[in-house]
Each structure stands twice: as C-alpha cells, then as structure tokens.
Design a protein. Structure first.
Length: 351
C-alpha cells in the first residue's frame, strides 16, 4: 500500500507527478510504529508543504489600492509560490521523542522533510520500527525529500488562483476566488474546490488632509478556503483529505506612474491546514481507522510590495511578501472600470 504519490499531490498542490515520484514514503512502515509515532513523524516530514500552502492562499489578493468604479470589474489568474526556508528542509529526529521508531545508529539525526533534498539510501539514516515489546519489526531508510531545488529556480509550494473583483458603491471592491468541485482524473479519484471572499475599501476619502495627496489608501480583509480529497483506494473507501483556511487583514497603499502602479500592504495573516487519512488501514499487526490527523497553524505580520504594468485592459503584475515563508506572486488579468465613482477621490478613466 504505497500511497505517497497521492499524498504528495495534495501537499504540493500542483507539483508535477514527475517530482512527486521522487519521494520514497512507504506508509505501511510508519503505521507499523503505531498511531502516535506515525502522526508525529509525518507531521514533521510534511510540514513545509502544508505550511507553504497556508502562506500561499493569503497572497495575491490585489495589485492596487484603488477600488474600481461602481460595477467596474477585473479577472485575474495568478500563482503564489511560498518559498520554503532552508531551515524547513530538514527536521531533527530524536529517539527520545518517539516510542516505537528509533535510529539504528545514534540518538538524533537531521532528516529531510518533503521539501528537502532528494538523497540516496546511502546518505539517509536507517530507522528501526519496534513493536510494543521493543522487538524490531522492520528497518528502512528514512524518507527523502523531493529535491525540487535541483530542477526549479526555487524550492517553493505553489498555489494557483482565479479571482474576480467587482466595484461596489463608496469606494468598495468585492473580490471572489472560486473553483467549483473539480474531479482529479476519474470521478472516484478525488476532487479539489476553492472559495474565497475579500473586501477592499478606500479609507482615504475619510481623511481630509490625506485625501488630497497623490496616492491611494485602502483597507483589505480576505478569507480563503481550499479543500482537497484524494483517493488512496476508492474500492476500500480510503481517502486523504486536506483543508486550508487563510485570513489576511492589511492596510494598502499604491501609486500610479504612467503605465506602472507600485503597491504595498502591511497587516496580519494567519492560516490553518488540516490533513487526515480516512478509512480503515491494515498492517501486518494491526488495523487502524482514520489513522492520520495532522494540523498546522501559522500567523504573524505580513508585508508585501508589488508592481503592476497596465497595457490597455491587460494587467501584468508581480509581488513579494515578507513573512516566515517568503511568497512570490505573478499574475495576469483584465480590468474594466466602468460606471461612476462615488468617492471623493478623482479616478482617472481606464485605471
């Protein structure tokens, strides 16, 4: 029962199957160690993937601080890449942290995470799996990483987004992220769906002195929910499920200079990702129901800077977010600003 290809598809969220196939994760062996140790080991091993997705879903919401005119709208497609820090490419395995999994040599070692280097068996420590009596049941090499840094410009977790923005009254934009329930391959292979909602509101209109200055100033709040289900074995009703919820609140500022718009934001972002293995799983010695249940949370200050180039109705933009997992965003979209502005800020037609 080698299910690592499906689990890593979830974790990478659009990482190619060629890269996924590098990970040598034999899940049967981990369950032999019991639920507590299996969950603890997988939690450390998969942390960069799920943490990265959490940071990624909170990026790429805007490319200007100026709201649309009423009923103006834009449609953007972007990819957020949460860059895995070097400190997250390995985790420290200590014998004292586990009951039924031990190093064959030594008491601690640095092991690759999922987004760590792709090492050969000779470069990986051996892990001994013990039964409740302390007798060794199996011995394997520690799991290796994907080694993405060997093929890609950076070691990152991608999060693609499709987003619609609509101008409402009084300098307010409503932003919607939506992907319907899409099947992954055959109907019983799994599905992915996404929903997000954000509101950007011009606050410069309420500041008598500031509103005369030549820049735009807004507040933004956004929420994203991403759900994925992947079949481990649909005939046995075994599925892996993962869900990410992200929230961001920021003050935004932007300045248009000819065809260019420079923008930035400062605020707070948080996310929570849960991952579970659902169904009944049987090893040589035991049978487990819903054996894996992991949760990852992050939160903190989020600052970003970006640049947008506008060519008629076409926008090309990119930004960089400063947080624990630095996040780069690139995107393209179309923007149509129609109707009349209800704010006190003069808005240049077509911007």
């Amino acid at each position: 029962m080698k299910i690592y290809t499906r689990i890593l598809l979830i974790a990478g969220l659009m990482v190619s199957m060629a890269n996924v196939s590098k990970a040598q994760l034999d899940f049967d062996s981990f369950l032999e160690a019991g639920l507590t140790d299996a969950n603890k080991l997988l939690e450390a091993y998969m942390a960069p993937a799920f943490q990265g997705i959490g940071y990624g879903v909170n990026a790429g919401w805007y490319n200007t601080a100026r709201p649309h005119k009423t009923l103006g709208f834009d449609l953007n497609i972007s990819v957020n890449a949460a860059i895995v820090p070097s400190s997250a490419e390995f985790f420290t395995f200590r014998n004292s942290d586990y009951t039924n999994v031990q190093l064959s040599n030594g008491t601690s070692a640095q092991l690759p995470t999922l987004f760590g280097p792709n090492l050969g068996a000779d470069d990986l420590p051996e892990l001994r799996f013990l039964d409740n009596n302390g007798d060794e049941t199996i011995r394997i090499s520690a799991p290796t990483g994907l080694g993405l840094e060997e093929e890609l410009p950076t070691n990152a977790v991608p999060s693609p987004m499709i987003q619609l923005g609509v101008g409402l009254i009084k300098g307010t934009d409503l932003k919607i992220r939506y992907t319907p329930d899409i099947s992954l391959g055959d109907e019983d292979e799994g599905s992915v769906k996404l929903f997000g909602i954000g509101v950007m509101h011009d606050i410069k209109q309420y500041l008598p002195v500031v509103k005369k200055l030549p820049f735009d100033l807004s507040m933004f709040v956004g929420y994203t929910n991403l759900k994925t289900s992947i079949a481990v074995d649909s005939d046995l009703n075994q599925f892996a499920e993962f869900e990410t919820k992200g929230t961001v609140v920021q003050a935004l500022i932007s300045k248009k200079i000819a065809l260019l718009t420079v923008y930035g934001g400062l605020g707070y972002a948080k996310s929570k990702t849960t991952f579970g293995l659902k169904g009944v799983y049987t090893t040589e010695n035991s049978s487990y129901t819903d054996p894996i249940d992991l949760a990852y949370e992050n939160g903190g200050l989020k600052a970003n800077v970006g640049l947008r180039v506008r060519l008629l109705f076409l926008n090309i933009f990119g930004e960089y977010s400063f947080q624990e997992y630095k996040t780069a965003t690139v995107g393209i979209g179309f923007s149509f600003r129609e109707g009349t502005s209800n704010t006190n800020i003069p808005i240049v037609p077509g911007i």
